[in-house]
Design a protein around this ligand. Structure first.
Ligand code: PGA
Length: 252
């Protein structure tokens, strides 16, 4: 039985003091042992947020990291820095990084391997554009992204990875994928993982859906067989996030 995971992706929002205020508001609402809760926050918010979530089950994720140990990479953050600051998860390959910062599958694979070396759990994002969906190439695109990201990663290490299916056309648009569309692709991702690593690992790996998740659609999405929770952007910055984590209590 896979435990559900709901991760907030704050993106480039919240100053350190705003971050502390948000966590103080959310923390008392997030007492749910059935769901793993992760706040993926901007680098500068990590230390204050790690302190603010103490004495709770909330884990902290970074939104990005670099694939080298240390050195002359001005502006980048290393995995050791994240671990030392108290981070457990790291989002890799988000479509905003692929599109705005031109991150390639090869770079994302290097980051995956480096994160794993440091015992960080990657949340690997994949997803198609609207054009790709309309042209009927969604599944082959997703397969390529998954296969390239997991290159040279052992089965044991793959188990510590999480995949987030995030159709680009559903991110920040309010245009959520239907539960059938989301389930179809998450199921397909599990098949691809199964082809690479075998059925047992595929059955254990957590696969999330992301893209306009909100309190109204979380229950339906997370009830699908292959959807093990969500990566939540806009709604993670509001008290609504607690309703998504506590989706089972929702009346929708
Ligand atoms: P959204 O973002 O929930 O605001 O659509 C999701 C994401 O980009 O991870």
């Amino acid at each position: 039985m896979r435990k559900k995971l709901v991760a907030g992706n704050w993106k480039m929002n919240k100053t350190p003091s705003e971050a502390i205020a948000l966590v103080s508001e959310l923390k008392p609402l997030l007492n749910n042992d059935e769901v793993d809760v992760v706040f993926c926050v901007p680098a500068i918010d990590i230390i204050p947020v790690v302190n603010a979530v103490k004495e709770s089950n909330i884990k902290i994720g970074a939104e990005n990291m670099y694939c080298e140990e240390k050195g002359a990479y001005t502006g980048e953050i290393s995995p050791a820095m994240l671990v030392d600051a108290g981070v457990d998860y790291v989002i890799l390959g988000h479509s905003e990084r692929r599109n705005y910062f031109k991150e390639s599958d090869d770079l994302i694979n290097k980051k995956m391997k480096k994160a794993i070396e440091h015992d960080l759990k990657p949340i690997l994002c994949c997803g198609e554009s609207l054009d790709q969906r309309e042209n009927g190439v969604t599944l082959e695109w997703i397969k390529k992204q998954i296969v390239e990201a997991f290159k040279h990663i052992s089965p044991e290490d793959a188990l510590n990875c999480i995949v987030a299916y995030e159709p680009i056309w559903a991110i920040g648009t309010g245009r959520v994928a239907t539960t059938e569309q989301a389930q179809e692709v998450c199921h397909y991702i599990r098949q691809v993982i199964g082809n690479v690593y075998g059925k047992t690992i595929a059955e254990q790996m957590r696969i999330l859906y992301g893209g306009s998740v909100n309190e109204g659609n979380a229950l339906a999405l997370f009830s699908e067989e292959d959807i093990d929770g969500g990566l939540v952007g806009g709604a993670s910055l509001k008290p609504e996030f607690a309703k998504i984590v506590n989706y089972k209590n929702s009346s929708n």
